[in-house]
Design a protein around this ligand. Structure first.
Ligand SMILES: [Zn+2]
Length: 189
């Protein structure tokens, strides 16, 4: 993934990309302030964000985050990491780099589970994976997986699920996480 993501981060000028998503950006290679429509009501009356052409990124104080080209596409289009890279490659006709990423079909994801692991341990593992994947999986997908985990834990505590069933359900969330990571499946339901 890294060669393709590096190319996608470097080859598309951030000012051009932001302009294409309706941000009012000047074509300049100097730092500039812009309004950001990714936070609040989407109507940013004051310029909350700074664009840094030298690092090909921008930072919004309203959102409290920095974004490169890939993150910008992910959020403006509501798509995943791999899809954003493909979109940049196609839209800006970047060089085709075969790093094998396309061949990682979701079904090829095989995960070994330790049968002695308790539901609590699985929940903890999924929870920390989700927490560490903020750059890789869109927030709404992570929130959905987290919510699923919560529901399972709640039902386990209420006695609505046995430990074994809860473990099976949590492992499904774990598998979905990797599906989202390889990002070829979109919504795996
Ligand atoms: Zn913002």
């Amino acid at each position: 993934m890294s060669k393709r993501s590096d190319q996608a981060k470097r080859s598309v000028p951030i000012t051009h990309l932001l302009g294409s998503f309706g941000f009012r950006v000047r074509d300049s290679d100097r730092k500039q302030w812009i309004g950001c429509h990714l936070h609040g009501s989407g109507q940013d009356s004051k310029p909350s964000a700074a664009v840094y052409p030298d690092t090909n990124s921008w930072y919004c104080w309203g959102c409290g985050k920095a974004r490169n080209t890939i993150q910008t596409v992910m959020e403006c289009k509501g798509i995943g990491f791999g899809e954003a890279i493909r979109w940049l490659e196609q839209t800006y006709q970047l060089a085709v780099i075969d790093d094998g990423f396309e061949h990682q079909a979701p079904r090829a994801v095989t995960l070994d589970f330790n049968p002695t692991e308790t539901s609590e341990q699985i929940a903890h593992r999924v929870d920390s994976l989700l927490a560490s994947a903020s750059e890789l999986i869109p927030a709404e997908r992570r929130a959905k997986l987290w919510f699923g985990l919560d529901v399972i834990q709640g039902r386990l505590h209420d006695g609505g699920l046995t430990e074994e069933t809860a473990k099976g359900e949590m492992r499904k969330i774990y598998v979905r996480f990797f599906h989202d990571l390889s990002n070829t499946a979109g919504d795996v339901e």
